[in-house]
Write a protein that binds this ligand. Structure first.
Ligand code: ZN
Length: 461
């Protein structure tokens, strides 16, 4: 049987929010294996590199030019029997590189049940009936918003940011404050439920603002952000809830309005956690979690689906009713949204890898469709051997150079190269840096799916 190692040719799409020309990591990676007619255009935005079997932008085997979807449907052993059956002959996940120049729409992805209902009701705007949990790993410094802020922070902004209070109205703001006051950190489930209902009413009230009111509140907000950035959103006195970075928030408000003038998203920002990720840091978004990406280059892995419910920072279809009803209104500090990587136990490092502090770290969200392992090999000759798993993998290199071996097939690996590795294959990755540079680091990300409760089957094909 053929060795299950394929180098992939992956497409990049041109959404408006993507980084432009050579600035776009997604475009540069796409160019390393592009179709002959692809050239990066200097003025064009490039947003997302797609690695997988999704029919909207399917990856191809470089050698035969057949799509990966075609190949895994032809040879079901590539996915494994269980995965093939459960996910209907497709890869369970879609792996991406995103290069973000301007904010993506504020959005949430429906859970499975809601996805089925939305798809049945409106298949044009909701093309899939599947859920779409997502994981983000930063490859350059990243900014975004994710989940509702702790209630004390929302109350703070209602008092410290007058245009926000004017927009939701003093009545709605006061009603919210009265309900949550003194109960912000309660762990009593009845109190939490009452808090969430209060947050839902307030947030719905905000989302139903008229365009005229949004426009006048925006102009008030901008004049404060521009005239006194150092005291932006600050209340007098040493308030515990005063933001530590007022001028950063003021600058962000100005930047976001430049991208989406007079958009409700600017005010939604005060309800949501502002998150910054350093390279290697990750966050996981459950179904129905509200979020938006603002800037940076990231690796993203998601269940293979295209369902998005949008509510701001977008010229696309907004479904405010669905959004305000579907959200969980869970509120928590951003640290609780981040996903900590742990040592990956099913990879063996050689001596050179150990002595150079190389690592294989696992990002394992609480879902079946995917996990990701990040491998940093820090010196020439450092090598990692992945145990065979009973499921498919896709591997992308984001830094350095090396080689990948499956069975008797070895391929060169450079930044931007993408490979598919079939189920039950042992896979070896080795750093082949020149050894003369200070920076010999060879970094890869491997997305994979292995269903729980199965034995690994190390029968090499
Ligand atoms: Zn999303």
């Amino acid at each position: 049987m053929q060795v299950p190692l394929l180098r992939l040719q992956c497409g990049v799409n041109s959404y408006d929010w993507g980084k432009v020309g050579q600035e776009s990591t997604a475009a540069k990676y796409a160019a390393t294996t592009a179709a002959p007619d692809f050239a990066i255009e200097a003025e064009k935005p490039y947003a997302e590199l797609w690695m997988g079997t999704h029919p909207s932008l399917p990856s191809k085997d470089v050698e035969t030019q057949r799509t990966l979807l075609d190949l895994v449907q032809d040879n079901q052993a590539l996915l494994s029997t269980q995965i093939n059956e459960r996910f209907g002959g497709r890869l369970p996940f879609l792996f991406k590189v995103l290069s973000i120049r301007k904010a993506l729409s504020i959005q949430a992805h429906p859970n499975k049940k809601l996805a089925e209902q939305l798809h049945a009701r409106d298949s044009k705007n909701y093309p899939d009936d599947n859920h779409k949990p997502e994981m983000t790993i930063a490859i350059t410094p990243f900014e975004g918003v994710c989940g509702f802020r702790p209630l004390a922070e929302i109350t703070h902004f209602l008092q410290a940011v007058k245009p926000l209070r004017n927009l939701v109205g003093d009545k709605a703001a006061s009603a919210f404050e009265q309900i949550v006051k003194g109960n912000e950190d309660s762990e009593d489930s009845t109190v939490i439920q009452t808090n969430k209902e209060a947050l839902r009413s307030l947030f719905t009230c905000l989302m139903e603002s008229s365009p005229e009111n949004i426009e006048s509140a925006t102009s008030d907000l901008l004049s404060i952000a521009e005239s006194s950035p150092d005291s932006f959103a600050i209340l007098p006195g040493e308030k515990e809830t005063n933001p530590s970075n007022p001028s950063e928030i003021a600058a962000l408000v100005t930047r976001l309005n430049g991208q989406f003038p007079n958009d409700i998203g600017l005010f939604v920002f005060f309800f949501l956690n502002f998150v910054k990720l350093q390279p290697g840091e990750a966050m996981f978004l459950k179904a129905d979690d509200i979020h938006a990406y603002i800037s940076g280059d990231i690796i993203e892995c998601m269940a293979s689906s295209d369902n998005v419910v949008r509510a701001g920072f977008t010229p696309k279809f907004k479904d405010v009713d669905t959004l305000t009803q579907m959200l969980t209104y869970s509120y928590a500090p951003i640290e609780e949204q981040k996903l900590q990587a742990t040592d990956y136990p099913y990879a063996v490092l050689n001596a050179t890898a150990y002595s150079s502090a190389s690592s294989a770290m696992l990002y394992d969200p609480p879902i079946d469709e995917f996990s990701v392992v990040k491998t940093d090999l820090n010196r020439k000759g450092a090598k990692v051997t992945f145990d065979p798993i009973d499921g498919p993998s896709i591997i992308i290199c984001t830094r350095g150079q090396g080689k990948i071996t499956v069975g008797n097939k070895t391929e060169e690996v450079k930044e931007g190269y993408v490979f598919f590795v079939g189920a039950t294959a042992e896979c070896i990755i080795e750093d082949t840096a020149s050894g003369e540079d200070e920076d010999d680091v060879f970094t890869t990300y491997k997305a994979f799916c292995e269903l729980p409760g199965e034995e690994n089957a190390p029968d090499h094909q």
